[in-house]
Design a protein around this ligand. Structure first.
Ligand code: SF4
Length: 416
């Protein structure tokens, strides 16, 4: 705080819900820890946009290696672990979630040890969906070999322009095909009512998460990308459960109060920017401060919007799961992505776009095939490209990026 008690420019207004978020995430990890220690409940590992609802409905505790990868990145430890994965034959150019996660595992280290875990919770089965990238299959195969447990997956076609009934049906069929193996491991029969319930809970959680993100349409915005990247935890790891719903009701209420009382995430919001690409996990807090200092709010992002599966429908749990998980941004062609982005730019009153070209995640770097030029031509909104990586800090030149960002915001100021 400044001497007069008003926030400094760099002082972000912290969300009070952060305490509830911590409790919600702690409770999730406690459930996992108990399952890992007692083995009374089976543990399934799932990709971040995999069939979590199906797994929760079959009684699994569900662990998400990508969430663990993000923890390693946010803890600024990824570069300590990546070389170990590289020494085991994994290229430094592939997903740094994967390489930092496998590297940490090979070094027998995990941030979960601070919460009393002996190691990451041993899986009884691993379940992936390739809707986001092929890396997840290789990643899960590593652990399936190591633990000698089954791995099952859904293969979704990539770069979809027209989401035809045939594509949805093929994904739906694959959902059905993995059930016998899941049932064998879970030692219980698939129960349609439970699946409907989990899909309904996931839908409701996703709708609340969408409402949270949409609060940023307000000028000034009560929430920014850096908040959302942290507060997205429950929708990633607990969608399909009541826990995510309970948390987002709390967060949404706080944001509504902020809008009513005119409290903004960035104390003096002047500019509104869209973040295209992955977060820089190891720089989340310094980037948040930098943008606050520049009176700039990152109001929306592709990344945080990726967990809005509002097509889920308990009346048709299989068909709607197949639809929702094949419709998401990362699976679509550039034609569709450009339409989605244009709408978001308009909805959130975006004045500038930052494309983060993430060295080890081409699937989440959308400036590689000319999209930035096409969108600029269509919308006239200026953009900046920065080079970095989601987890590997060695790919990011901070000084150079700060200068580029400051210059970009100066240019935005010149346009107003
Ligand atoms: S989408 Fe990118 S960051 Fe996510 S698992 Fe795949 S390669 Fe890694």
């Amino acid at each position: 705080m400044s001497e007069k008690g008003t926030p400094d420019k760099t002082e972000l207004v912290k969300l009070k819900s952060a305490g509830d978020l911590r409790n919600t995430m702690d409770a999730y990890f406690s459930r996992l820890k108990e399952a890992a220690e007692t083995r009374k409940r089976k543990i399934a590992w799932c990709t971040s946009v995999g069939p979590a609802e199906l797994l929760y409905s079959m009684g699994f505790e569900v662990y998400f290696p990508e969430n663990h990868g993000a923890m390693l990145g946010a803890g600024k430890n990824a570069d300590k672990y990546i070389p170990t994965a590289v020494a085991h034959g994994y290229s430094p150019d592939i997903c740094s979630y994967l390489t930092s996660d496998i590297g940490a595992f090979l070094q027998n280290e995990t941030p979960l040890q601070k919460s009393g875990f002996a190691s990451v919770p041993k899986p009884d089965i691993l379940v992936f969906n390739t809707n986001q990238c092929r890396e997840v299959e290789d990643w899960f195969n590593f652990y399936a070999r190591h633990f000698n447990v089954p791995v099952v997956g859904i293969h979704t076609p990539l770069s979809i322009t027209e989401l035809t009934p045939e594509i949805v049906k093929s994904v739906e069929d694959q959902y059905h095909r993995i059930i016998p193996e899941l049932g064998k491991v879970a030692d219980r029969k698939f129960d349609m009512d439970r699946f409907r319930e989990a899909v309904g809970l996931s839908h409701d959680g996703c709708v609340l998460w969408k409402e949270v993100l949409q609060k940023a349409k307000n000028i000034p915005s009560p929430i920014n990308f850096f908040d959302s990247a942290i507060h997205m935890g429950p929708i990633v790891v607990m969608r399909g459960t009541q826990h995510a719903i309970d948390y987002y009701k709390i967060l949404l209420k706080e944001l509504e109060e902020r809008v009513e009382t005119n409290i903004s995430a960035v104390p003096k919001e002047k500019f509104r920017i869209y973040w295209e690409g992955m977060p820089l996990w190891y720089k989340l807090s310094s980037m948040a401060k930098l943008f606050a200092k520049l009176d700039t709010c990152i109001v929306a992002s592709t990344y945080c919007n990726s967990w809005v599966f509002d097509d889920l429908d308990p009346a048709d749990p299989f068909g709607s799961s197949a639809l929702a998980y094949s419709k998401l941004f990362i699976v679509r062609s550039d034609t569709v992505k450009e339409q989605v982005l244009q709408q978001l730019f308009e909805d959130f009153s975006v004045q500038g776009i930052i494309y983060h070209e993430s060295k080890t995640c081409t699937r989440n770097s959308n400036n590689l095939f000319g999209m930035q030029h096409r969108l600029n031509k269509q919308t006239g909104i200026p953009y900046l490209e920065i080079n970095g990586d989601l987890n590997d800090p060695r790919c990011f030149s901070e000084e150079q990026s700060i200068i580029a960002i400051e210059t970009f915001v100066d240019q935005l100021a010149g346009r107003t």
